[in-house]
Design a binder for this molecule. Structure first.
Ligand code: ADP
Ligand code: MG
Length: 726
């Protein structure tokens, strides 16, 4: 039988098995099966995880039968068989009703798979699947390490193990597997061949075998992903945009002259980088990451001004209406008459700043759209309403996306398609992105970083308030807030929920919320409306308190933000609508209620709101989580550092990687199984360099058909996923 990687499994396995593998594990081809790696390995006689098991875990354990005890059941007919198995470290009970495996006898070794239950304080498996060692299996069972695969209802770990072995035996050692990695590259990095690595991952003898194999297989994942991304970059590079060089005496010079502060060195350096890239025909694709408050907006404004000077238009995309309105206000104020060209008091040398959001009244929207279409609006600011059909730009030269984490790749692409030729793209994010994530999820973007905060900033002090352990600390928190207000400052109180009835943002708005700790018996998260009420009547009585959340009309939201910015409100009780970019320098205190309901990055974002002025900010993270719990520790870590990059790392640690990738590119879609964004930074960087080098030559992947096939397979997968979604 001629087998290769793309052979369908129903050609090599039994029809029933192949069908179950396809349906339950999405394994369709030999490649899929061989790339379905063990999750871990069971070792004979070694302390396995029997001890660490928890009720509800679905597991496979390798253990030896210690005793078998059958007896008639008292309350119903039939027999109950209790089998005690052990692995040297712990023991556990298997329970069978009216059924007894003939080979379950003391001394027998077997793999037992099932869901862990509990009976009289002891762990037990009721009716586990058993796979007992037989003469035929001897060779398999004598192995020191037995692979435990991600399994499903009808495809157990050992069915997978046997299927792999079948392929192995039929092919005499995976002889049909061609190695996609160039031999030269393998030699340089000391990587085993693919057949050898597959053999070692599926049938290792020692832990070192597994390690070497994994390293090699991670290379496949990293290189293929990087090749895909590099190809995307190259394709984008082949479609020329329009050069937007700067010119002196234009809007950019006027902006610089009007700035009330000196640019930081970082702003200047990034500014030059952007300016040079905009001056080229090759469309810029750049990610600008910078701490909250590092002054990204002015960097973007200067880039937009350069594009306007070159005759084009620039669009600034914000994730919320509040933020879009704030940007429009801020930029208009900064430009003064230069932003009102065409109006009576406008400067004809300037341009028009137009705000285009979903909440505009029909007439205003028509007017705004007209200004965008005839090119008189050089700077267009809006939310995703800008992406709607019907918004036509005269000559879109630059797209700036603020706070990337709320925007998907698709939206970026939609806006990019608004230009007759691809516009330059600048994506800004305040959530620092670990280098590995930047190289994978955002692998089609180049990155710039603003590390420095403008001088004269107070910074933020953060502490955790354990509301249950130290109730008096919460009282103290409200006293601190009153003191700040008495000193002329303002405060935010942030809650995870709006309240009253469901709808809109009822669920915590965070996409990156606290990891996997949701249990149904937790009380619902604190709500803006309830908390505001409680504060008005209780600890903050007499202060001017208002609420802000996503269920308000855009006009109300806007009005409240304006009132808060104008100092007419002391305390704003809000959802995470204040998370992104809201800029009120006089606000110095933030109290986050139920802080454990927010993700690490989100808390960091939130507290950035009180680090905007000359005064030192104070951020209090209120939580009922015990300080010693993992959640408590996570909050303590957030309070303990203001280094966004360290927090991004922490964030990555506390979330599953699939979730991280999920934001833009699901784990499966990116073909990542073994690669760890946390631990494999060096490997990813090397793979990126190799991918770029491979594609830089005339012939591209022409000399590496194996690699080309793998890249194509990933693309097919991606397309399949896309179709599934559609
Ligand atoms: P972010 O990077 O979080 O978007 P912003 O662009 O909103 O930060 O800037 C935060 C604040 O810092 C704004 O009020 C802005 O005017 C101010 N700012 C920006 N650059 C400087 C600078 N070089 N010196 C002083 N203040 C600055
Ligand atoms: Mg900002």
């Amino acid at each position: 039988m001629a087998v290769d990687m793309s052979t369908r499994l129903d050609r090599v396995l039994g029809a029933k098995t192949a069908k179950a593998m396809a349906e339950q594990l999405s394994l369709h081809t030999v490649r899929d099966l061989l790339r379905h790696y063990p999750r871990r390995y069971a070792r004979r006689g070694e302390v396995t995880r029997l001890e660490d098991l928890q009720v509800g875990d679905r597991v496979t354990v390798l253990a030896q039968v210690r005793s078998v005890d059958s007896r008639k059941m008292r309350n119903r007919p039939g027999t109950l068989t209790e089998v005690t198995v052990g692995d040297g470290a712990g023991t556990m009970k298997l329970v069978f009703f009216n059924h007894r495996h003939a080979r379950l006898v003391p001394g027998a070794w077997g793999l037992f798979a099932g869901t862990v239950g509990e009976y009289r304080n002891r762990l037990q498996f009721a009716h586990p699947d058993c796979h007992l060692m037989t003469g035929d299996d001897d060779e398999d069972w004598a192995r020191a390490l037995i692979p435990i695969y991600p399994a499903s209802k009808d495809v157990s770990s050992w069915v997978i193990q046997r299927s792999v072995k079948l392929l192995l035996d039929a092919s005499g050692g995976f002889g049909f597997v061609e190695d996609p990695l160039p031999a030269e590259l393998r030699a340089r990095y000391g990587l085993p061949s693919l057949p050898a690595a597959l053999l070692d991952i599926h049938r290792p003898t020692t832990a070192e075998d597994v390690e070497h194999a994994e390293h090699r297989l991670k290379w496949d994942e990293a290189l293929i992903l990087q090749l895909t991304l590099a190809a995307r970059r190259r394709a984008a590079a082949l479609e020329p945009g329009i050069a937007r060089p700067g010119r002196s005496g234009g809007l950019l010079d006027a902006v610089d002259a009007a700035l009330p502060f000196d640019l930081t060195d970082g702003q200047r350096a990034v500014g030059e980088e952007l300016s040079a890239e905009l001056a080229r025909e090759l469309p810029m694709h750049r990610l600008l990451q910078g701490e909250v408050g590092s002054g990204k907006t002015v960097v973007a404004l200067r880039a937009m001004a350069q594009v306007v000077d070159a005759g084009g238009q620039a669009a600034l995309l914000a994730p919320t209406e509040v933020l879009a309105a704030q940007h429009a206000r801020g930029i208009s104020a900064m430009l003064g008459p230069l932003g009102r060209a065409g109006e009576l008091d406008g400067d004809p040398a300037g341009t028009r700043v137009v705000l285009l959001t979903g909440s505009l009244k029909a007439a205003a929207r028509r007017e705004a759209r007209a200004a965008v279409a005839d090119g008189s609006a050089g700077i267009v600011i809006g939310t995703h309403a800008l992406l709607q059909e019907g918004v036509e730009f005269a000559d879109l030269g630059l797209v700036v996306v603020d706070e990337q984490h709320r925007f998907g790749v698709e939206q970026r692409d939609a806006l990019r398609a608004k230009g007759s030729r691809p516009p330059h793209v600048l994506v800004m994010t305040a959530t620092p992105i670990p280098r590995t994530v930047a190289m994978t999820v955002y692998g089609d973007l180049e990155t710039s970083t603003l590390r420095q905060l403008p001088s004269g900033r107070g910074g933020v002090k953060s502490s955790v308030v354990p509301a249950r352990e130290k109730p008096t600390w919460l009282d103290r928190a409200w006293t601190r807030l009153r003191e700040e207000v008495a000193a002329g400052r303002q405060a935010y109180v942030v809650c995870p929920r709006i309240g009253e009835d469901a709808g809109g943002e009822e669920e915590p708005e965070d996409a990156d919320g606290a990891p996997g700790e949701e249990t149904s018996d937790r009380r619902p998260p604190l709500a803006v409306l309830d908390v505001a009420e409680g504060l008005r009547e209780g600890p903050l009585a007499g202060l001017r308190i208002e609420v802000l959340h996503g269920r308000l009309t855009p006009e109300d939201k806007e009005a409240r933000m304006r009132a808060f910015a104008g100092g007419e409100i002391d305390v704003l009780v809000a959802t995470t609508v204040v998370e992104v970019g809201v800029d009120v320098p006089n606000a110095t205190v933030m109290v986050v209620m139920d802080a454990d309901r927010f993700g690490v990055s989100q808390l960091h974002q939130l507290r950035g709101r009180v680090a905007r002025g000359r005064h030192e900010g104070l951020c209090l993270l209120v939580s009922e989580a015990p300080t010693a719990s993992a959640t408590g520790q996570r909050l303590a870590a957030v309070a303990g550092t203001s280094d966004g990059f360290e927090l991004a790392r922490l964030d990555l640690e506390t979330r599953r990687e699939g979730d991280v990738l999920g934001a833009a590119q699901s784990g499966r879609r990116s073909g990542i199984k073994l690669l760890s964004l946390l631990e494999d930074e060096q490997l990813i960087a090397e793979a990126r360099a190799e991918a770029t080098a491979l594609l830089a030559t005339e012939r591209g992947l022409a000399d590496h058909p194996g690699l080309a096939a793998e890249v194509a397979a990933l693309a097919t997968d991606e397309r399949a996923q896309y179709l599934e979604k559609a």
